[in-house]
Every structure is written in structure tokens, then in C-alpha cells.
Design a protein around this ligand. Structure first.
Ligand SMILES: [Zn+2]
Length: 422
């Protein structure tokens, strides 16, 4: 399965990614020396920037009335829409008399096929974005493609990835630009290399580098747009190989939270801590961040005060986090995958729902190893692997699932429901 393959890539951080061939691009317009950047006010986002989604995979995108995603329909991949009122999904196709079964359908986005060990889709099934009434997908040639909301028109915007295979290419939309970076970067690389955030104009398709960082085994990750800035993390990973045992140990570090100011073009470090993920309440100026092997903190940009909200334990050394306007969601799946591969340690996978004052509201069983998709104030989504190596699972299906956020607030046990689209 494609998405599964991608997970293995990120967790193992194969050394072969150290030569990702980005040399054809010109030097950055900003010399980013990563000085501390003072943030006193977050500013207010355009609603469409959707920073609440997880950043490893962007499987869902919010639009008016529901959510877009790619799913299997009649044994091929189709662009589907989950209706937030009815909880039903249907192909994004307005053609009269179309039975949504072949490439004549407006919602058709490609068949997944297997040739030897090579899997490919015409569009990458882990990336759907919605911005200013258009959809954006990445095709398997590395192009960013703009779709009209009914699927009837498709336009290539720019070549944003140089790899034919899934490359960890991630997108953030703001103003009239799409910001693009690779979350695999040069993780595991043994030589100094340059990581970049590039932006492409959605109007004239022009391209420029806005952030550049040079280091060994590094990658830019978890870029999210809040208010007046694009925030991101810098991770590094060095690889130790034991040729005899054929094992690979990955030493990871998290270098801090950084930001790029849209208005001034300045970039710098905002928080100096081993941050595995973060999310922001724009209204209050609270930056929630998860410190490696330590826990969840709240730093307020106005008062400059830091408070601890939650302690980490062995099962939650690393967390992905998200803020939906009311609660903070703390998900340990990425850490569980890493611990299992590196140390054969097994932990339960779950998502803690925490109020901004640190009160635990609920704990959601997140069976199976994947990445957190999270969600907005109405729904959260996940991918479930029910047959997960004999683990006792309460959930009887594999595929994509959802939970209505109002079910979480009562504190009662939450059960994922399957997205019905077949
Ligand atoms: Zn159709």
C-alpha cells in the first residue's frame, strides 16, 4: 500500500534520500541565518489556510459543506466528497449520466497499479488541498495540479517535486502563493545540504526560494500558516548502520520552532526547544508545543509566559499535535512506529484530547500505525489498519474513518466510524 510505503520511508529515513537533486534551483532570496525572531502577536489567518491538519500526510481538505479526499471507488481512485450533514461520500463529478466507473468521470484520479515492487498512482493519494475554492493535488510526475471543485477542469501549476515516487512534498497556501518543501529533505544524509521552502505564485506560476537552511541530515517539517507567518520545524536525523546485524538506528533531534514573516521576508527561530510539533491559537497568542520526551507546553507570545500542560511518558516521547479552536489533540502514532522499528518496543496508539488549561477531556484509541490526520472543529479523520499484526483491536474495519467532534466532548468512549463510499 502506497501510504504504508511512505510511512516506512519516513521512519527508516533511507540514506538514499540524501541526493535528492535540488541543484537546478537558484539560491534563496533570503539569507536565513536563523537569528531569534521576536513574535508579539500572531495575527489572523485566512480561514482557508487550514493549519489544523496533520503535516505528514494531507489526506483530507475542508471545503464548504464537507471534506475532499481520494478514495477507492469501483476499484480505482476517485476524488470523493464527505458530506458533513449526511456523513455520506460521493464522487466529485457533476456529469449527467456518469456512472463514475472509468477515466471519463470528472472525479477519476487514477488507478493504482503494481509492477514488480513499484506502485504508482496518477495522483498521490495522500495529498488533497483546498484553497480559495479550488482543489490542489500532486500528480505522480511531481506537478501541482489545480482542480475546479466539480472536477471538470484541471490545470498544471508547476513542477514542485523532482522525484517520480512519493517525495514527502508538502504544501502550505497563503495569499496568492503555495509554499512547498520536502519533509524528507536530507534526513539521514552524511554531508551538508541545503533545505528550502520555495513558493510558487498561483497567478503567474513564478517560483522563488524564500527560506534556506544548510546543515547535515536535516529537513524542514510541520510547516503551518498562522496569522502573519509561516511556521516550521527543522529536524535532523543521523543514521548508524550495523552491517553485520543489518540494522539501522536513527538518531533524531528537533532543533526548534522557526517562522518566516510574509510581510518582511524575515525568518528566524521563535522557540528554542526540542519541539516535535506545535499548534497555535491565533486569538490568544498561545503557542502549544510538544517537547521531546518531556511534554506539552503553552507559550504565550504576549505575556512571554510558559506553562506545562501535560507530561510525556515512554509511550508519548514524540507527539503530533493539533488545535481545533477549542482543544489540543496529542497523537503518539509517529513515536509508536519509530519505537517499534528502532527498538522493538510496543505501545498503544492513541490521541489525547486536552483543554488549553491542561485538563484531559478524552482519549481516543487510534488503532494501527499511520500518521495523525486530525481535523477541524467538526470532524476528525484517521486511517485504520484493522489487521495490525495480531494486535487486539476494537475496530472491525480497515480504511478511512471519522469521529464527530461533538462525541468527543462528552468524555464518553469514542469509536471511529468507517467512511462509506462503496
Ligand atoms: Zn462521474
Amino acid at each position: 500500500m502506497k501510504r504504508w510505503f511512505f510511512i516506512v520511508l519516513i521512519v527508516c529515513m533511507a540514506v538514499s534520500f540524501s541526493g535528492c537533486g535540488k541543484k537546478e534551483f537558484q539560491k534563496s532570496v533570503i539569507q536565513n541565518d536563523m537569528d531569534m525572531l521576536e513574535v508579539n502577536d500572531i495575527g489572523v489567518s485566512d480561514e482557508d489556510t487550514q493549519p489544523y491538519w496533520g503535516t505528514y500526510v494531507h489526506t483530507f481538505a475542508k471545503a464548504e459543506g464537507g471534506y475532499y479526499y481520494i478514495g477507492d471507488w469501483n476499484t480505482a481512485s476517485f476524488l470523493l466528497f464527505f458530506d458533513e450533514e449526511t456523513q455520506e461520500s460521493y464522487p466529485v463529478c457533476g456529469k449527467a449520466d456518469c456512472n463514475h466507473a472509468d477515466d471519463g468521470c470528472n472525479a477519476y484520479v487514477g488507478m493504482e497499479y503494481s509492477k514488480g515492487n513499484n506502485m504508482a498512482t496518477f495522483y498521490l493519494n495522500s495529498a488533497v488541498y483546498y484553497y480559495k475554492e479550488n482543489l490542489y493535488l500532486l500528480d505522480s510526475m511531481g506537478y501541482l495540479v489545480r482542480f475546479s471543485p466539480d472536477g471538470s477542469q484541471r490545470e498544471r501549476i508547476a513542477l514542485v517535486s523532482s522525484l517520480l515516487e512519493e517525495s514527502g512534498t508538502n504544501l502550505v497556501f497563503h495569499d496568492d502563493y503555495v509554499y512547498v518543501y520536502s519533509l524528507l529533505g536530507h534526513l539521514g544524509g552524511e554531508e551538508e545540504a541545503t533545505e528550502t521552502i520555495k513558493r510558487y505564485s498561483l497567478k503567474d506560476k513564478s517560483e522563488e526560494v524564500v527560506v534556506e537552511y544548510t546543515g547535515k541530515g536535516a529537513a524542514i517539517s510541520a510547516a503551518k500558516s498562522y496569522g502573519d507567518r509561516l511556521y516550521f520545524l527543522i529536524r535532523t536525523a543521523t543514521v548508524e548502520r550495523d552491517e553485520e546485524k543489518e540494522t539501522v538506528i536513527v538518531n533524531e533531534s528537533y532543533n526548534g520552532l522557526y517562522a518566516y514573516e510574509y510581510q518582511t521576508g524575515k525568518a528566524g527561530k521563535v522557540l528554542d526547544a526540542n519541539i516535535t510539533d506545535y499548534c497555535i491559537n491565533e486569538e490568544t497568542g498561545d503557542i502549544y508545543y510538544y517537547q521531546y520526551n518531556d511534554g506539552l507546553y503553552n507559550y504565550n507570545v504576549k505575556t512571554k509566559e510558559t506553562k506545562k500542560l501535560l507530561d510525556a511518558d515512554e509511550s508519548t516521547r514524540v507527539a503530533e499535535i493539533s488545535f481545533d479552536g477549542e482543544y489540543i489533540y496529542v497523537d503518539n502514532r509517529f513515536w509508536v512506529s519509530t519505537a517499534k522499528r528502532n527498538s522493538q518496543l510496543y505501545y498503544d496508539t492513541f490521541c489525547s484530547v486536552v483543554s488549553p488549561d491542561g485538563t484531559l477531556i478524552n482519549t481516543i484509541d487510534c488503532t494501527g500505525e499511520s500518521f495523525a490526520f486530525f481535523g477541524d472543529e467538526q470532524y476528525m479523520f484517521t486511517e485504520i489498519f484493522a489487521q495490525n499484526e495480531g494486535r487486539d483491536t476494537k475496530i472491525g474495519f480497515s480504511g478511512l474513518g471519522y469521529i464527530k467532534k461533538e462525541d468527543i466532548k462528552s468524555g464518553a468512549e469514542c469509536v471511529w466510524k468507517k467512511l462509506e463510499h462503496e
